[in-house]
Design a protein around this ligand. Sequence first.
Ligand SMILES: Cc1cc2nc3c(=O)[nH]c(=O)nc-3n(C[C@H](O)[C@H](O)[C@H](O)COP(=O)(O)OP(=O)(O)OC[C@H]3O[C@@H](n4cnc5c(N)ncnc54)[C@H](O)[C@@H]3O)c2cc1C
Length: 326
Amino acid sequence: MESYLQKKLSKKYRKQDNVTITIIDKNAYHTMLTELHEVAADRAPEESIRIDLDKVFYGRKINVILDEINDIDFDNKQLTGLKSVYQYDYLVLGTGSKPTFFGCKGAEENALTLWSYEDALKIKYRILEAFEKASVAKTPKEREHFLTFVVIGCGFTGIEMIGELAEWKEELCFNFNIPEEEVKMYVVDLLPKVLPYFDEKLIVKTEKRLTKLGVEILTGSNIIEVQENAVIIENKDPIHTYTTIWTAGVESSGILMHTEDSSIQKGPRNRVQTDAYLRSVSHDNVFVVGDNIHYIPENHEKPVPQMVENAELSARLVVKKHYCNH
Ligand SMILES: Cc1cc2nc3c(=O)[nH]c(=O)nc-3n(C[C@H](O)[C@H](O)[C@H](O)COP(=O)(O)OP(=O)(O)OC[C@H]3O[C@@H](n4cnc5c(N)ncnc54)[C@H](O)[C@@H]3O)c2cc1C
């Protein structure tokens, strides 16, 4: 969401030589995260979900820097990256989220995640590899192991991922000469229902559709451990699998976890505590956009959800607030 913000700011300050606008990103491209599952299941071309930052900001008064920031000194207004150190007067933090594993044993080491372009590619090639290995497996047990897929997390990302895989199954089975009934797909969650934030009608519809596509829905299932070749669920038989995909939760990106400066006030899951104008409550020259925000609106119990619409709205609000101050 930085792109909207940087463009607006550059328009406002284009004639002021004393104002410099810089965007720093660890990737040279913006990733359309909402379409990751389409790449992971080979429905969309790999490059279709990446947009070059140089192209986005072409012809604008914006420095685009490729660097990964690994520390922020909020009091001295300084960012430290892998390549250089950067000073700022105003900082807009919009580093997004990363998967969190809630301490589930083996999950981080053994499950694939779906939160970046690279993640999507890894999943796609793991699925293809699993089918290829199954097609030459020596024993039925080995074959079953390669043809069993587990997605952990029945939220939006998990449901989209298992749905895509289920729809890709027919083509995969045809290409690798495997009977469709041999493929086993599970989607697992501790919560009692899929898509917990949606209304009952949609939940029922989703469950029906997935079941029709051959997906086994294991809600109310406590995952104790993710092993290299199995998912262990409390009071259930282990699921032996070559491919486990973890989509069960997110927290603010690594930089907000690892930054040594503890002067920035944070809420749960490393999100930055802000006021109604999305300014850090501890540093009034630091604004926050997108998934990094922790703000509970008046008369609400939960913080604003981490979703595209809020990321876009937050960028607009920060620009407006900046306009008003100058
Ligand atoms: C698979 C998936 C499906 C989703 N589906 C939906 C959906 O259908 N609807 C919906 O509303 N939301 C969905 N979301 C959530 C939505 O994508 C996010 O809420 C939104 O992208 C947040 O925007 P953001 O700008 O905060 O972060 P991001 O879009 O993640 O951007 C963060 C940027 O910061 C950069 N960065 C991170 N750390 C550093 C660092 N240390 N140094 C330099 N650069 C760094 C990253 O490279 C990235 O470019 C989905 C998310 C995923 C992963």
